[in-house]
Design a protein around this ligand. Structure first.
Ligand code: HEC
Length: 379
């Protein structure tokens, strides 16, 4: 008992009027460090205690102003500088339209500032102990009694005098409150290892739980997601069709738009006599012909058609496209080969439209011409 440090002297009052009168008396007697505890807010108490205005408003105001500024700057930067949008010819910094967002950010920062500064500055968080906690006095004033404490830190404090004074103004249960030993020894501050450990444990817990619920739990039965629906993707093996392919061939006899069925599949002679290239040597045709040739023909015929496959060893080398024979074949003959294939060369009917086939043929002709230029070409 002896080595304990006195915190305050408490007294209990029984009606709201009593406590108001007591507060006025305490102020009159000149005590500064005192406090009143009531189970509910008692009107007129602030005046009775002669409390000054709380400085909390300044924190709210400062952060509110910062919020408004940041909000406006954000919208100014995004809508006026970085990505100005012309909406019906209106200005890119229309103040009325920016009011709602500015208002929201102002209110947000101001209220967060109020709560945080109240907890950290006034309540000295994370220190959450107080000598009045766990006392009979606190139990009574949080239920149906009204209490008043005069703190030992008050300059006018004198233990015996204060006790007498409190009884004289009508206080009952006058009691001395001491600091607990462990309250003095373990002053929790922000850097206290206990606090930091707690913080770390809570962070890890929150991270783990969030990770688990968002990345695992949500993907377990019975939750399901659109990406897990029954569907077939192009290159995946299908267990639905006997042949195991996901992509299906067109139904037998189907004629796709833009593809006319090839009328001479069995007759090169007919094709080479009847078919005429409808296209002319234009930049567009040659350019596209080159593109298609490089994509579909060059793996075997090389970029220049000289009979050495680029896929070395994977496919037998085709004959050169620069032989007299091929040069003298009509365009229709080449069209026939591209369409139905020739011996080991497969058909390229599915890969190329009719127009593209003719463009490829123009490009092959250009290649042949390039390797066999005549004097007349220079003119
Ligand atoms: C997969 C490899 C391969 C691809 C791709 C390929 N060819 Fe062939 N091509 C060959 C082979 C091999 C031959 C020789 C076939 C034979 O034995 O008659 C050949 C023959 C030819 C011939 C006849 C040559 C001759 O002397 O008989 C022409 C013309 C021809 N291809 C044009 C093309 C065109 C145009 C393309 C692109 C649409 C193309 N080829 C794509 C492998 C291919």
């Amino acid at each position: 008992m002896d080595n304990k440090i006195l915190h305050s002297v408490t007294a209990i009052f029984h009606t709201p009027d009593d406590i108001i009168k007591a507060a006025k008396a305490v102020v009159k007697a000149g005590y500064k460090k005192f406090d009143v505890h009531t189970p509910y807010p008692v009107h007129g108490m602030d005046q009775a205690m002669k409390l000054k205005r709380s400085p909390l408003g300044y924190f709210a105001f400062a952060l509110g102003v910062i919020g408004a500024t940041l909000g406006l700057l954000l919208m100014y930067w995004t809508m006026t500088v970085d990505y100005p949008l012309n909406i019906g010819g209106k200005p890119t910094f229309p103040l009325p339209a920016f009011v709602p967002v500015t208002f929201e950010i102002t209110v947000l920062l101001a209220s967060v500032a109020t709560v945080v500064s109240m907890i950290v500055i006034f309540f000295k968080f994370p220190n959450n102990s107080h000598p009045l906690h766990d006392t009979e006095y606190m139990k009574q004033v949080s239920s149906d009694k009204y209490g008043l404490t005069i703190e030992a830190a008050d300059p006018n404090f004198d233990f015996e005098k204060v006790k007498d004074f409190l009884s004289k103004i009508g206080g009952t249960n006058v009691e001395a409150i001491y600091y607990d030993n462990d309250e003095i020894n373990s002053k929790l501050t922000l850097l206290e290892p206990k606090f930091l450990t707690g913080l770390a444990v809570i962070s890890v817990l929150v991270i783990t739980i969030t990770y688990f619920s968002l990345n695992k739990l949500m993907f377990m039965q019975p939750f399901n997601w659109m990406m897990d629906q029954q569907k077939i993707t192009a290159m995946k093996v299908s267990t639905f069709f006997d042949d195991g392919f996901s992509m299906r061939l067109p139904v037998e006899g189907t004629v796709a738009r833009g593809f006319k069925p090839y009328p001479y599949p069995d007759s090169v002679e007919l094709a080479s006599r009847v078919l005429v290239n409808p296209l002319e040597f234009s930049d567009v045709n040659l350019e596209n012909g080159k593109r298609k040739y490089n994509t579909f023909c060059s793996p075997c015929h090389d970029y220049h058609g000289n009979g050495v496959a680029r896929l070395n060893g994977q496919f037998p080398n085709p004959p050169s496209l620069h032989t007299d024979k091929v040069r003298e074949w009509s365009d229709g003959h080449l069209y026939h080969i591209i369409t139905v294939g020739q011996n080991t060369m497969p058909s390229y009917d599915k890969q190329l439209t009719q127009e593209e086939k003719w463009q490829v043929i123009l490009y092959v002709r250009a290649l042949q011409r390039a390797l066999n230029a005549q004097e007349g070409d220079l003119q």
